[in-house]
Write a protein that binds this ligand. Structure first.
Ligand SMILES: Nc1ncnc2c1ncn2[C@@H]1O[C@H](COP(=O)(O)OP(=O)(O)OP(=O)(O)O)[C@@H](O)[C@H]1O
Ligand SMILES: [Mg+2]
Length: 243
């Protein structure tokens, strides 16, 4: 972490050292008393980075010291954090595409929320270290039969993870880029709701996401009536992830 990163993170002292926990993979991690949200799907282009950056922005805007682990070598989340570094609600980026365990050890002791943006192509075995520490996994799905079918192997691999089986790691689906007025979106939502995981948000297709994420911003940085309508789409997801 650089000095600038430390400023982006609020630059506050870390206080007393937190207790530690030994994971089943042998890694010793600090118990930060924080929520860790993994945004993941093996399918590319479904909205992982859009959702991860929005969750990080929302957390930082609520005053939490927030870390965004960019597990994707494409680096989109890292660039988003860099564009945001001048704001009071800056988010600390951590590069986490390889050496996942070292990345987790680099989380500052005073972090209050960690969001992990996973890369396309990862099945649960590739994300093991992150699955060991996450409290929830958010899986974005696009509203088409082909996209839903392509996500099934990833969800199956998650279902076999011991922490998911033991109920220690909750999995939620997010319908993304929905056009609620179309039959395709309604049919896809019907398919998603038939799965054993809850649909925790239905996010509309909107150019606002494309534009704002490119600027290092999120919908939560604005308060216009139109933006507030889109923010409402996120409420079930925010509530579910806080549980
Ligand atoms: N709700 C939405 N409405 C409109 N466009 C969206 C929405 N969500 C994401 N997008 C756009 O879709 C594209 C893919 O989104 P994003 O990069 O977040 O997906 P990803 O799953 O992270 O992709 P990758 O697998 O390449 O990492 C981007 O151009 C993004 O701006
Ligand atoms: Mg991405």
């Amino acid at each position: 972490m650089s000095a600038d990163d430390s400023k982006a993170h609020g630059g506050r002292g870390s206080g007393a050292k937190p207790p530690e926990r030994v994971l089943s993979c042998g890694l010793l991690v600090a118990e930060h008393g924080m929520k860790t949200i993994l945004v993941a799907s093996s399918k590319g282009g479904v909205g992982k980075t859009t959702i991860a950056t929005h969750l990080a922005a929302q957390s930082a805007l609520e005053g939490r010291r927030t870390v965004l682990i960019d597990a994707d070598p494409q680096g989109s989340s890292t660039r988003w954090c860099e564009r945001r570094a001048v704001l009071d609600s800056a988010v600390l980026p951590l590069e986490g595409s390889s050496r996942h365990k070292s990345t987790l050890k680099a989380i500052p002791d005073d972090a209050q929320r960690v969001v992990i943006d996973a890369p396309a192509g990862s099945m649960s075995a590739h994300l093991d270290a992150y699955l060991e520490v996450a409290d929830v996994v958010v899986v974005p799905v696009l509203p088409s039969t082909l996209d839903i079918e392509a996500t099934v192997p990833f969800l199956d691999s998650l279902a076999k993870h011991p922490r998911v089986r033991r109920g220690q790691l909750r999995v939620g689906l997010v319908g993304n880029k929905l056009k609620p007025w179309t039959n395709a979106s309604q049919q896809s939502l019907g398919l998603l709701k038939a799965w054993p995981y809850p649909v925790i948000a239905q996010l509309r297709d909107s150019q606002a996401y494309v534009m704002l994420v490119g600027l290092g911003k999120s919908l939560f940085d604005y308060q216009s009536a139109q933006v507030r309508e889109h923010q409402a789409d996120w409420q079930p997801l925010l509530k579910w992830s806080k549980r």
